[in-house]
Each structure stands twice: as C-alpha cells, then as structure tokens.
Design a protein around this ligand. Structure first.
Ligand code: ZN
Length: 73
C-alpha cells in the first residue's frame, strides 16, 4: 500500500516542538518542525513575527540568540 517508504520514514522522524518565543517570550508561541535535530521550514511567532530559519539546530540557535536581542526590530 505504501509506495513511498522513504518518505514515510522521513515523516516519522519529524518532530514538532513548541517553544517560548525568544523575542517576545510568548509561551509556546512558536511551533517548530524539527528533523534530525535541524529545523524544517521557517517557524514564525504568531505574536511578534520572530522567525527561526530553516536548517538550523534549534537548541544552538536559541543559545546564540540572546532573548531580548531581537526585540527592538
Ligand atoms: Zn514572539
């Protein structure tokens, strides 16, 4: 039935994480899709528009971006 087994595998490895926005602090404000520890697609905060780009390691990205640093945008 399932013709695209590879795709299925990839989909299975994609996890969704809800994180607090590093810019405005909105609780679970950003929904991040993650695969193999890298983000998939842009993740945008509903509240302030803060964007986490595709293809970054989320935890490292958040460490590199000090909260408040991007607030003045
Ligand atoms: Zn935000």
């Amino acid at each position: 039935m399932i013709a695209f087994a590879d795709c299925q595998d990839v989909r299975k490895m994609t996890v969704i994480r809800e994180i607090n926005c590093p810019a405005c602090g909105d609780r679970d404000g950003i929904e991040v899709f993650e695969r193999e520890n890298q983000t998939v697609g842009d993740s945008v905060c509903d509240k302030c528009g803060y964007t986490i780009p595709e293809g970054v390691v989320l935890d490292l990205f958040l460490e590199d971006n000090v909260p408040g640093d991007v607030c003045s945008k």
